[in-house]
Write a protein that binds this ligand. Structure first.
Ligand code: UCC
Length: 629
């Protein structure tokens, strides 16, 4: 019995009478039509007609349809972003541009982003006549994103510097608004920004002067994007040891690259920066980091339409970021120019890593912001258990926790952008700038917050064409592709070592200065107290750790990076809440943030988590197998 007939509790017998809406209609005997209907003395015919108006009859699927969450102007909706800019960049031009861009994102661009998701790129290896072509076919929406990025100056702003040292904050604010609607176009933009930064730091001259002008232009027809081809099969994290690509010197001073790049994101780029080992006359190369040099190559085609020196092996089948082509590339004599000194490849590409890691963190904070915005809106539209979700205190508590995470991540990342802007306008203290690295913690937080956010839509959060699951899939890459959490944590240690501890000194001094203005503000007193305590715990940890060996520090690296990030974000939240334009919500967010364990490295140290006997016990636990009975 069909669902429809079950609902009607009717019995359909064989045979048919006259045509009904063009088809022979079965004879229906209603066993339990309502008494009122039967009492009215209606015939089976009439009852059939009446039944067709029942809410779940035939093609009718009921009359209740849940209102969808609405994406409103992400700039106007974001109290913290607007407050932050009002405080630091009170420029009418910036506000009106961000407001107009926010409108464009919500009304126009978000639809393109969805189009990129449902029309993922594909690879055409051969033309119909069997010739190799290696065309990466992308959606029209993906191409529109490129034009939009140029017009809106999403890379250019960082180099035009319209607001001096605050220009990076302005640029990243635009990217923050754009990112969740961008169909992952923020990925090529991150690498493009990184490449421009590398070129700028090396010197804008031949052979990269034209490239630099194209990477930083606002003219869509001239705009180029760049790749960042670092990863090889052996060298994902361990680039220094694992890079096999060789650079063969040519008579004219250029090189040809031969190798296999295992993970090249946004592979439809116009150029790339990549690492390779220069071969000497005997074909020998220098191993390790010191053997790597940085190269610039254009992605171009010959007169037959073939890629010059590149074969696209295949596109990656990824969990998320499907909007964007990621490929395995065989470099088979790719013409290239060396940009760095011989053997200074890693150090030279570090600028690119710094920029892409900042973009990555912006995308993480933006993903959190987007899911919180949508969940908040949905809570005003969805009724359950007799009232709107927004009137359920437990639901609001959950969203508020997500909001607190989002605020901490936003302020942390924006502060890194502020420091980058200061450094670029010659006002930065490099020792201050280096702690930028803790921003990596945003990647993992984004996964947790977006996942929680999906839950707040109930089952709909799990349904593909709401667009919500894509947010989670795309968030998952954020703690992987610019260095995994552990790799970045170790980078924090190296950063401390490189500066002989100066960065830690700068960290403590600056964090304390952020708190100094707050101690007299009474509503924040519990937060300030908690942060003061966490800071001294961190100082104690550093004292103890300094007397232990590198193995001890390595084991503590992850918790240390989180502690640095949590404490600093807490100080920023408190500092922001002390600003005269701050709202009660700013104070509340700071208080909530500081209720957590702000210094996990200290509490874990106290439990002996980094002692020499820990690694064997960890390994024993991981490889624990059933004992023989
Ligand atoms: O390919 C990729 C594209 C993905 C798409 C990007 C999209 C972004 C999206 C955003 C929005 C949605 S991603 C590739 C990701 N791969 C990695 O991140 C690699 C992870 N591995 C590491 O981070 C490693 O730690 C290395 C490769 C950076 C370091 O390797 P080594 O061989 O151990 O290098 P060393 O010996 O530590 O450092 C060599 C030199 C040193 O300079 P000197 O000799 O002067 O002391 C270091 O100080 O490089 C310098 N250096 C740095 N400088 C190394 N790391 C840094 C750093 N972070 N900052 C400054």
């Amino acid at each position: 019995m069909s669902a429809c007939s079950a609902l009607l509790n009717s019995r359909v017998s064989g045979g048919c009478c006259r045509l009904w809406r063009g088809v022979p209609r079965p004879v229906v005997h209603f066993r339990s039509a309502s008494v009122a209907e039967r009492g009215a003395g209606r015939s089976d015919e009439e009852l059939w007609e009446a039944a067709s108006y029942l809410p779940f009859s035939g093609a009718k699927i009921g009359s209740f349809f849940q209102e969808r969450p609405a994406l409103k102007n992400p700039f106007l909706e974001d109290a913290l972003l607007r407050g932050y800019l009002r405080r630091h960049l009170p420029q009418e031009a910036a506000f009106s541009d961000l407001c107009a861009f926010g409108e464009r994102v919500s009304k126009e661009v978000d639809v393109w982003g969805r189009e990129c998701e449902v029309t993922p790129p594909h690879l055409v290896h051969f033309d119909p006549w069997g010739r190799r072509v290696d065309h990466i076919v992308t959606s029209p929406a993906w191409k529109r994103m490129k034009d939009l990025s140029a017009q809106e100056g999403l890379v250019a702003i960082g180099y035009e510097r319209p607001f001096g040292e605050w220009s990076r904050v302005y640029q990243m604010s635009k990217l923050y608004i754009y990112s969740p609607s961008s169909g992952l176009y923020t990925c090529p933009l991150a690498m493009t920004d990184g490449a421009a930064k590398v070129i700028q730091s090396i010197g804008v001259s031949w052979p990269v002067d034209e490239a630099y002008s194209r990477l930083t232009t606002r003219q869509p027809e001239r705009f180029w994007t760049s790749g960042q081809w670092m990863t090889e099969r052996q060298g994902g994290s361990d680039v220094g040891q694992g890079t096999e690509t060789v650079a063969v010197p040519q008579a004219d001073g250029s090189y040809k690259l031969h190798g296999f790049k295992w993970f090249t994101s946004a592979t439809d780029a116009d150029m790339t920066l990549t690492l390779a080992r220069i071969q000497d006359r005997t074909g020998a190369t220098t191993p390790g980091s010191r053997g790597l040099s940085l190269f610039y190559a254009e992605v171009s085609r010959d007169e037959d339409g073939l890629l010059k020196g590149i074969e696209v092996q295949r596109l990656k089948d990824k969990l998320g970021t499907r909007q964007m082509p990621t490929a395995e590339l065989l470099l088979d004599g790719l013409p290239a120019h060396r940009l760095s000194e011989v053997g200074r490849g890693v150090a030279s590409i570090a600028n690119m890593l710094t920029i892409t890691r900042i973009h990555n963190s912006i995308s993480a904070a933006a993903a959190m912001r987007r899911v919180v915005q949508l969940a908040g809106d949905y809570a005003t539209r969805r009724t359950a258990f007799g009232k709107l979700l927004k009137d359920h205190p437990l639901h609001m508590q959950t969203l508020a926790r997500m909001e607190v995470e989002t605020r901490g991540a936003f302020l942390l990342v924006m502060d890194v952008c502020r420091l980058l802007g200061r450094e670029e306008s010659g006002r930065g203290d490099p020792a201050r700038y280096e702690p930028a690295t803790p921003a990596h913690s945003c990647g993992q937080t984004a996964v947790a917050v977006v996942s929680e956010g999906l839950e707040s839509f109930g089952g709909q959060g799990y349904i593909e064409d709401t667009g919500l699951p894509g947010l989670l899939r795309d968030a998952q890459v954020l703690s992987i592709w610019e260095g995994t959490t552990n790799v970045l944590s170790l980078d924090v240690l190296r950063c401390v070592a490189r500066s002989s501890g100066l960065v830690l000194h700068a960290y403590f001094t600056h964090t304390k200065s952020l708190l100094a203005g707050a101690s007299s503000v009474s509503p924040l007193a519990p937060a300030v107290k908690a942060l003061d305590r966490a800071l001294s715990e961190l100082e104690d940890f550093v004292q103890v750790a300094a007397s232990r060996g590198p193995a001890y520090l390595e084991l503590a690296a992850r918790d240390l990076a989180y502690s640095l990030a949590r404490i600093y974000a807490g100080a920023l939240l408190i500092d922001h809440a002390c600003w005269k334009g701050a709202s009660p919500s700013d104070t509340y967010a700071a208080l909530r943030w500081c209720e957590r364990d702000l210094c996990p490295v200290a509490s874990k140290q106290a439990r002996g988590c980094y002692d020499p006997n820990t690694p064997p016990l960890d390994a024993a636990l991981v490889y624990d197998r059933p004992t023989q009975d």
